[in-house]
Design a protein around this ligand. Structure first.
Ligand SMILES: CC(=O)[C@@H](O)[C@H](O)COP(=O)(O)O
Length: 254
């Protein structure tokens, strides 16, 4: 079970809803993934124009916890405004703060992310900021009241997987709020690694939506989260420099 703020979830997989080849594939992938939390860009929703196509129209949104994100925001002010828009439309169980600092890398702006997180926390939102894998920044976000912290594995949509295992493991060790590894996941292997590093969950989009077979990949990601979590709880063996025989001879008479 995963608890964020005052909500509890069965699944530790957070799924993005964009970039699918069509809405039927999106729905099937979401169903198969058994994700409880779905994220979507507020800017891509026709919130106040019911006649326009609705990005989530195939999904039974009542079944999920919705995590709108502030994608497209470049300042704290824009992110806060976007969060309020999502809230006003009734589509906001929690908010993912995403303030981009650079168009090419889509890496988050640290100071604006802190500012937006602080303001939204003070206004009573359940806030999950997307951040870099910087350990001290993750700690600051926790200190100002973030309900979970979401360090990136690598740049959004890059599929490069986890670039800095050390930093992610330090973040999961030092923070007490949930740590959700977000962005850059390329394959189930990356998900297992994130969970084995002690992440409480993983948020991904492109790796499923852009896979050759998105529905199959959604299932693989579900299983990877479960396998990584089980492995983490089971406690892996320490790495040794030299071999250790599987059938030790000590204590045997012959
Ligand atoms: C959907 C969303 O929130 C993305 O901004 C997120 O960071 C996922 O990134 P990937 O597409 O790399 O999984």
């Amino acid at each position: 079970m995963l608890t964020i703020g005052n909500k509890t979830f069965n699944s530790r997989l957070f799924l993005g809803t964009g970039k699918y080849p069509d809405f039927d594939t999106q729905k099937q992938a979401v169903d198969v993934s058994e994700a409880d939390i779905l994220t979507f860009s507020v800017r891509r929703m026709n919130i106040f124009e019911p006649s326009q196509p609705n990005f989530l129209e195939k999904l039974d949104v009542e079944k999920y916890s919705l995590l709108p994100n502030t994608a497209g925001a470049k300042t704290a002010e824009e992110a806060v405004r976007t969060a309020k828009l999502a809230n006003a439309s009734g589509l906001c169980d929690m908010i993912k703060v995403e303030v981009i600092g650079d168009d090419k890398t889509l890496l988050p702006d640290p100071t604006e992310t802190l500012k937006a997180t602080e303001e939204l926390v003070q206004e009573g939102y359940t806030v999950l900021p997307y951040t870099s894998d910087d350990v001290v920044l993750a700690q600051r976000l926790e200190e100002i009241g973030a309900h979970a912290v979401m360090p990136g594995a690598s740049p959004i949509g890059s599929g490069q997987g986890i670039l800095n295992e050390l930093n992610l493991s330090l973040i999961t060790e030092l923070l007490t709020v949930p740590v959700i590894v977000d962005a850059g996941i390329g394959s189930p292997k990356d998900v297992v690694t994130a969970m084995e590093l002690g992440a409480d969950g993983v948020l991904l989009n492109s790796a499923v939506a852009k896979a050759s077979k998105p529905v199959k990949m959604a299932e693989a990601m579900k299983l990877a989260v479960q396998a990584g979590q089980l492995g983490y709880e089971a406690g892996r063996i320490p790495k040794k420099r030299y071999a250790a025989a599987s059938s030790p001879a000590e204590g045997m008479s012959v």
